[in-house]
Design a protein around this ligand. Structure first.
Ligand SMILES: [Zn+2]
Length: 726
């Protein structure tokens, strides 16, 4: 039972979430933010004032048509003659005091936007001695040394170091230098800080001690998650106010954001940011070549059509942080091109003004020069997609907790992979932005185990379906409220047509689905297209028992319960078929609802049984129930995106067909087979010219009934079909 105090705290936390979401987007954002298309960041190192060849870089910026740069100014090291006590001037600044001013002047002469970078996460022994309360403290009460550079100390992100000292630093930078804003890195701290300020401030806010657990159902942890964000957004506003007072055209831009696993509420991030930069510099571990584009979609879900930069590196910076290394051009190109195809404006991060390996410069030059030539067709107005996938930070935070990657993100990744293979253009949608103005443009929404949804969010989804929208949901979608507390029944039970009964112990091994022919219709259901000969499919590993709320006629799949898998002599089937549906398919008004009571998406990511990918593809097509805006037919794996510009539209085809598509690194590009493309033109328009922006030149295309059809003979890494419209 919750105590009255806990309930009040929960109500306060809910009020906070409602309140941060209710803030109006900042006005007057018509400044420089939409102008830059190609960024170069120089992450300066302390010796740069003496050792960097400024002329070389300015010449390079000009040659590659970079129109914006981010230059480190202060925080850990001041690259200018700061007057603020404890703000450490570079040891190489003496004799080079005008270094930052000269660099800035050179960039301004090239008409580049310049943003200053700060980093507040680490400081020195003299700060420790004079202001011990500025240092971060671990759970055992020890001040935290810097893990990689032990002579330095980690700072507390939520106390006076950031709120006072870094505000002074920020103000000094924008007062002295004509910059478009301040971009700060590593400004949110690392883990829970138990310093005196954090303990006191948290106690004052919630009348309890800081959490010692990562269990999100614990009231202290739950309140902490809310309070931590509130404090960071407060800091964000303090810095932004200080910047705008000193220089009205400049803004604070946080290095923050991302998908379900990112820590700061993306709705508020989207409201506070005039522009933002998606920081995923390269691949590591098991990560698909489309992951940069995914990041772009996730940011866009929160930022709408505000400009979004995609930060990349030409080296292998993860997981062991070889900051000055060189990756293959093939890998870097595919990574960046997939970002561009998904609306990101390229931003290369170069660590140090010294070039340790010139090979990377050529890769950037090739990409940026093409981008400059094609710029007219890369100034997108809006994506054309009819399908969107929901992501949910509250599901990751309060339902997933420390297992969010497996319980939440893996469902998303499997669904994403299935859509890529199906060549369906799609967007992502943030669960906190489910109002009609955000989702009514889509014909269908995908809910990959979006377990934690509030009553209000469920009502928004119900409204969406009432207006003709379709849904596809999996596993525990809507079975929990926004705080991760389980409901008696799904919040969307009426749409799914089923009620929750029980959860099977998982992971389930050796279970199946029987494929059923619908004899009344003399064939198979459309979701079994391509599986006409199949008799059984692999069953889910995590599955719910559900009770149908209505009669289910002729389900295309029924469950076969797990069969003993060892010893193999005992693996005979005692049950060959049941009446238990493996999928629920319903027409609801003009909309369609598909519900899988198992982890088809997560399992697809883990095992990649093709049958499951086909089922997902067919389910999306069945629920969407209309022709796709573009179809691309041919062999291979492509990321297909479609965009509208002022007087044109583009179709990006990124060729991900490669043995290294699912984990780094791509070593060689492999040209594709021909692809047949059919594009539906926006209502009331016709094509006046069709070009290939990579192969070059106008291509013959057939135009009839509002469609343009053409064949792209071969694609090495990407192609962009540009169609001028009248
Ligand atoms: Zn602290």
């Amino acid at each position: 039972m919750s105590t009255r105090r806990e309930l009040m705290q929960q109500a306060m936390a809910a009020a906070f979430m409602a309140q941060v979401g209710g803030a109006a987007p900042p006005t007057g954002d018509t400044g420089w933010f939409d102008r830059p298309m190609r960024w170069v960041q120089l992450n300066l190192t302390e010796d740069d004032p003496a050792n960097m060849d400024v002329g070389f870089w300015l010449d390079y910026f000009r040659r590659i048509h970079a129109d914006a740069t981010c230059l480190t100014a202060g925080g850990v090291v001041a690259f200018y003659p700061t007057r603020i006590p404890f703000h450490h001037r570079s040891q190489w600044l003496s004799g080079h005091e005008s270094f930052y001013a000269d660099l800035l002047a050179g960039c301004r002469k090239l008409n580049m936007v310049v943003v200053a970078r700060t980093d507040p996460h680490a400081t020195y022994q003299d700060v420790y001695d004079a202001h011990p309360d500025w240092i971060a403290v671990d759970a055992d009460g020890r001040k935290r040394r810097h893990p990689d550079h032990p002579e330095m100390w980690m700072t507390c992100a939520l106390g006076p170091y950031n709120f006072e000292f870094m505000t002074e630093v920020t103000r000094e930078i924008v007062t002295l230098y004509d910059v478009g804003g301040v971009f700060s890195n590593r400004w949110t701290g690392t883990g829970v800080c138990y310093c005196e300020h954090c303990r006191k401030n948290f106690y004052n806010a919630h009348h309890m001690d800081l959490p010692r657990t990562s269990d999100p159902s614990d009231p202290s942890r739950r309140n902490y998650l809310v309070w931590h964000q509130q404090r960071l957004f407060e800091l964000w506003r303090v810095w932004d106010d200080a910047i705008r007072k000193a220089r009205p055209s400049a803004r604070y831009i946080a290095n923050s954001g991302g998908g379900a696993l990112s820590g700061l509420d993306m709705k508020t991030v989207g409201e506070l940011s005039p522009t933002l930069f998606a920081d995923r510099q390269c691949r590591s571990g098991v990560m698909a070549s489309w992951a940069n584009g995914k990041n772009g979609k996730e940011y866009r879900a929160a930022l709408g059509q505000k400009a979004i930069g995609g930060i990349f590196n030409v080296g292998i910076v993860a997981p062991y942080r070889w900051l000055n290394s060189f990756n293959t051009p093939a890998e870097t190109r595919l990574w960046v091109l997939d970002g561009i195809a998904n609306g990101l404006r390229p931003w290369v991060n170069h660590v140090s003004g010294t070039v340790h390996d010139k090979r990377g410069l050529k890769v950037i030059e090739d990409l940026y020069q093409w981008h400059y030539r094609a710029e007219r067709y890369l100034r997108n107005e809006e994506p054309i997609a009819r399908v969107a996938m929901v992501y949910s930070q509250q599901t990751a935070e309060f339902y997933g907790g420390s297992r969010a990657r497996a319980k939440v993100e893996d469902h998303t990744l499997g669904m994403y992979q299935a859509l890529i293979e199906a060549r369906v253009p799609f967007e992502m949608v943030l669960d906190r932005l489910l109002g009609g103005e955000h989702i009514n443009r889509y014909k269908m929404l995908l809910l990959p185990n979006i377990a934690a949804l509030s009553d209000a969010q469920c009502e928004q989804l119900r409204d969406y379906v009432r207006q003709g929208g379709s849904l596809l949901a999996t596993y525990e979608t809507s079975l929990y409220d926004e705080w991760g507390t389980q409901r008696k029944d799904f919040g969307l039970a009426d749409l799914f047509g089923v009620s929750f009964a029980a959860r099977h112990q998982g992971p389930i091994q050796n279970a199946y689905f029987r494929v059923l022919k619908d004899t009344a219709r003399a064939g198979v259901h459309p979701i079994l297209k391509g599986l006409e000969d199949a008799e059984i499919l692999i069953g889910g590993t995590w599955q719910l028992d559900v009770k149908p709320r209505e009669t289910v006629e002729a389900p295309p799949l029924t469950w076969i319960p797990p069969i003993t898998n060892l010893p193999m002599e005992k693996t005979y089937w005692t049950v060959k078929q049941t009446e238990i549906p493996g999928v629920y398919l319903r027409q609801v008004g003009k909309g369609r609802v598909v519900y899988f009571p198992w982890d088809i998406d997560r399992l697809y990511w883990e095992v990649m049984a093709q049958d499951h990918g086909i089922l997902l593809r067919n389910a999306v097509d069945w629920a969407t129930n209309e022709a796709r805006p573009v179809t691309v037919i041919g062999l291979g794996m492509f990321d297909v995106t479609v965009w509208k510009q002022k007087r044109s539209m583009t179709i990006h085809l990124v060729n991900l067909t490669n043995p290294m598509a699912m984990r780094p690194n791509v070593h060689e590009l492999i040209p594709s087979q021909p692809q047949q493309v059919a594009v539906r033109l926006p209502q009331g328009t016709r094509a006046t010219k069709v070009q290939l922006l990579v192969a070059g030149g106008v291509v013959p295309a057939e135009q009839a009934n509002g469609m343009v059809k053409l064949t792209v003979k071969s694609i090495l890494d990407h192609e962009v079909i540009a169609i001028d419209l009248a």
